[in-house]
Every structure is written in structure tokens, then in C-alpha cells.
Design a protein around this ligand. Structure first.
Ligand code: BES
Ligand code: MN
Ligand code: ZN
Length: 477
């Protein structure tokens, strides 16, 4: 599906006209027909409202769909309204068997055109690789009506959406396919295509680096762990991105219930997001270096598995008493974060499907943000808002440290039932030193159980757009 910008209304199988709630309907060359039908159907442009009609050859488009975008609130909300409407337009075009779609929007600045292109490409996503019968997808061309000079913005929107869709694919692929090695191969493949460097380190090299926490998590699995670093070069201090990459989380010996494991192929969504973000970094070419890191492995029980009660010291020397082998993500992240901060990055951001507790706290769609640095937290909140990703800052209360103190080691890997997302974040904080750090707990939004707006059921690519927006802004600053 090709997305482009055209300056005059093209011939199209479907013309989608986005309408603000309460606004006068545009003159579409159909006399008062549109106004009449809108009145009859009580279409007022409310968000998500749709009015479809046949044009019977009276205008260039065969069909017309008015799509409501609701009232104007603020600039960020407008972008989200446009993403949703463009996605809706693509879905209508698909259902109608249209080959070409034109989108006309009441607002068409650079950010708005980018959002329309994003929404169209995100809404077109399907994961049907394993279906015998695939729903036909005839839509070949989406044309956004706007000034031709905005072609660049549409292009950026398409690039971003393609990266999000890559992350979605990686999350949706079953764990039998996306093994640690396969995930490392995907990173290498992306890096090669984008002209980035990618280093993949074997178990022996991980051992040499002293990453015993990472190795402990991986030791119950027959699959070799893989430590991956993707590098984009530039001047000055790098920005570091770290993703959780448990390709399957059974819980290990502290095994999960059957239901608790159903979606644990998605436990590498953080890594999927950083791989995807690096693809766009290569496109954006910020002046500073950007590195992405992940430690990929499976968390499985077996005769060689790590055990509750084990005491292990990782790369930065901090010893950890493992009380629950299902709190594995923080152990792997501890070592990978320790490695990432050795390069003294200007900031390190980790993305992880870290805790079920963040779902209890914030619900299924909101990312939890934790940070040791207020300015960085503010940057991340505002980038997420512009990118249309819901996020909420959570506290890192020092007085809760006692919950993760072990009687026999420096730390333990669980802190009890209450405040589970917070004590996981407090745990990670021990491994970032003084580096400005933001931790994004994406356990909720990374994978969802039903379609919602431009997000499909399953993997959503959560985190990718906010990371890109954050890097884009730092590149401009
Ligand atoms: N990967 C899970 C967290 C998770 C749960 C993500 C549900 C998405 C949906 C993580 O490794 C985990 O198992 N966390 C435990 C920690 C607990 C044992 C301290 C949890 O949150 O229950
Ligand atoms: Mn777990
Ligand atoms: Zn996990």
C-alpha cells in the first residue's frame, strides 16, 4: 500500500472526508445531497461517526465517507483524532474492496499529514501469515490531499508506521519461531538493511562480560542466550535504548498458570520496540549516537534452571537473592543496563513488559513511566503525548527500598504483592548508576486482547512512536 500526498482531488474508489464535530460540511460537488443525508442520519462529525454514500458517478470518487473527528481540543489530541480517522478510512476502503482511497482533512500542516500517513499505515496492518484464508486486501493507494511540499511528512509517517508494524510482527510471531537467535537475526537483518552496525554476543562472551544474572535466567532453556547491540554513529554522548527480550516467559520454576502463559510470547515486546525504533533512527539521522541493547533468552523450568533461593551477582557486582524465577525481566535488564551505562550515555531508556502490577495500577492501555531524572521524564511524557501513546508517571519512593532488601544479599528480586511495578523499577534503578534513566513498563499496551482504533489485537508496537518522537526532539534541540 502506497501512501502519498496529492494537491488536487484525485480519482479514487473512495473519498474519505474528515469532519470536525459541528463544522459546516464542505462542498463536495453533490449539491445539497450530503447535507440532507447527514441531517437524516444525524451525522454531526462526532469522533468515530461515519456517514457513507454512493456518488453515482457525480464526482471523481465512486463512494464517499464522511468521518467524524470530534471537537478540537489541543494540538496533540488533533493528531490522534487524525490517526484514528485515517485508520478508519483505510478499514472502510478495505471493506468496500476499494483499490484507491483519497483522504481530505480540515487540517493539513506537516504534523497533521504525518499523523494521517501514520494512521493509514497503522490501520492497514493485519497479521494473517498463518491463515489459510486471508481477507482480500485490494487497497493499493492512499492519497492525502495536501500541499505537495508535505510529501516529506507523509514519508516520515509511513516510515514510523512501518517500524511499528515490524514491532507488531515480532510480537505476534509465536515463541517457537522468535527464539533468542531468531530475534538476534531480526535485529541483524534490520541493521544491515538500514546501514547500522549490529553486534551479537554468544553465551561465552556474555559470560566474559560477567552477566551472571542474565545467564541465570537463560540457563533452564536449551536455546542459547543472545546479547545484541545495534549502533548508529554520531558525535557526542550516545542515547541508549534497552529492551526486555524474554522470547517466552513460562515463569521458570516459579511457573505461571496455563492462562498466565498464553501471551508470554509477547515478553520480548521491549526489544521489538527498540529494534523498530533503530530502523527510524537510521532514517532520521540525528547528530548524536544511538545504541540499542537487548539480552534475549527464554525463561523455562528444567533440570538446569535457576532456582528460588539462588544468590547471583551480575555485571555491576550487586548480589541478588532470587525469590521468584518469574521476576526474570529485571534480572536480565540489570545486566544489560549495567553494560549500557558503561558507555556513559546522556540518557538510557528501557522498555519492558515488566510487571502484571502495572496493569493493576494503570489498566491495559497505559505505559508506566519511572525516572530518576525529572527533565528526562518531562521530555518522555511530552513526546508520548505527541506520539499518541498514553503514559503516566509513577513514583520511585526511596522508602520502598526496604521491600527489595534481602537478608543475605544486596537485593531480592521481588518486593511483595503491593506496588509491584514500583519495586521492579526500584530494583532496576540499582543498575543505572547516575545516568539519567527512564523506565517504561509496557506490560499493558504492548499486546492487547482486542482491536482499538489503529491498534490491532495482539502486538501493538507500544513505545516505538514515543521513542522516535523523543529522539527527533532531542535531535532538533
Ligand atoms: N512478563 C511478566 C510480566 C507480565 C505479566 C507482562 C502479564 C504482561 C502481562 C514478568 O516477567 C512477570 O512475570 N512478572 C511478575 C513478577 C512477580 C513474580 C514479582 C508479575 O508481574 O506477576
Ligand atoms: Mn516473568
Ligand atoms: Zn517476563
Amino acid at each position: 500500500m502506497d501512501v502519498s500526498v496529492v494537491s488536487r482531488e484525485p480519482r479514487a474508489d473512495l473519498l474519505a472526508v474528515l469532519v470536525r464535530e459541528g463544522a459546516k460540511l464542505p462542498d463536495l460537488g453533490l449539491g445539497d445531497l450530503v447535507d440532507r443525508v447527514a441531517r437524516e442520519e444525524e451525522f454531526k462529525g462526532a469522533e468515530n461517526a461515519v456517514l457513507s454514500l454512493h456518488t453515482h458517478g457525480k464526482i471523481a470518487a465512486q463512494r464517499l465517507a464522511l468521518i467524524g473527528i470530534g471537537r478540537e481540543k489541543d494540538a496533540e489530541r488533533t493528531l490522534e483524532q487524525l490517526r484514528n480517522a485515517a485508520s478508519r478510512a483505510v478499514k472502510l476502503a478495505k471493506a468496500a474492496g476499494a483499490k484507491t482511497l483519497a483522504i481530505s482533512s480540515p487540517v493539513t500542516g506537516d504534523r497533521q499529514v504525518q499523523a494521517l500517513a501514520e494512521g493509514a499505515s497503522l490501520g492497514a496492518y493485519v497479521f494473517d501469515r498463518y491463515k489459510k484464508e486471508k481477507k482480500p486486501f485490494k487497497l493499493q493507494r492512499v492519497q492525502i490531499l495536501a500541499d505537495k511540499s508535505l510529501t516529506k511528512s507523509a514519508r516520515l509517517g509511513v516510515e514510523i508506521a512501518a517500524a511499528v508494524n515490524l514491532a507488531r510482527d515480532l510480537v505476534n510471531e509465536p515463541a517457537g519461531k522468535v527464539t533468542p537467535r531468531a530475534l538476534a537475526d531480526e535485529a541483524r537483518k534490520m541493521a544491515r538493511a538500514a546501514g547500522l552496525r549490529c553486534d551479537v554476543l554468544s553465551r561465552a562472551q556474555i559470560k566474559k562480560l560477567g552477566m551472571n544474572l542474565f545467564l541465570a535466567v537463560s540457563q533452564g532453556s536449551a536455546q542459547e542466550p543472545q546479547l545484541v547491540r545495534i549502533s548508529y554513529d554520531g558525535r557526542g554522548r550516545p542515547v541508549a535504548l534497552v529492551g526486555k527480550a524474554i522470547t517466552f516467559d513460562s515463569g521458570g520454576l516459579s511457573i505461571k498458570t496455563a492462562q498466565g502463559m498464553e501471551d508470554m510470547k509477547a515478553d520480548m515486546a521491549g526489544a521489538a520496540a527498540v529494534i523498530a525504533a533503530m530502523k527510524v533512527v537510521a532514517f532520521l539521522k540525528p547528530p548524536f549516537p544511538v545504541r540499542a541493547y537487548f539480552g534475549a533468552c527464554e525463561n523455562l523450568p528444567s533440570g538446569t534452571a535457576y532456582k528460588p533461593g539462588d544468590v547471583i551477582a551480575g555485571k555491576n557486582g550487586t548480589s541478588v537473592e532470587v525469590l521468584n524465577t518469574d521476576a526474570e525481566g529485571r534480572l536480565v535488564l540489570a545486566d544489560v543496563l549495567s553494560w549500557a551505562v558503561e558507555e556513559t550515555p546522556a540518557a538510557v531508556v528501557d522498555l519492558a513488559t515488566l510487571t502484571a502490577a502495572i496493569l493493576v495500577a494503570l489498566g491495559p492501555w497505559i505505559t508506566g513511566l519511572f525516572s530518576n531524572h525529572d527533565a528526562l521524564a518531562t521530555e518522555m511524557l511530552s513526546a508520548a503525548k505527541a506520539a499518541g501513546e498514553p503514559i503516566w508517571r509513577m513514583p520511585l519512593p526511596p522508602e520502598m527500598e526496604e521491600l527489595i532488601r534481602s537478608p543475605i544479599a544486596d537485593l531480592k528480586n521481588t518486593g511483595g504483592r503491593y506496588g509491584g511495578a514500583i519495586n521492579a523499577a526500584l530494583f532496576l534503578q540499582h543498575f543505572v548508576g547516575k545516568t539519567p534513566w527512564a523506565h517504561l513498563d509496557i506490560a499493558g499496551p504492548a499486546s492487547v486482547d482486542k482491536e482499538r482504533g489503529y491498534n490491532p489485537r495482539g502486538g501493538t508496537g507500544a513505545g516505538v512512536r514515543m521513542l522516535i518522537e523523543w529522539i527527533r526532539r532531542r535531535a532538533q534541540a
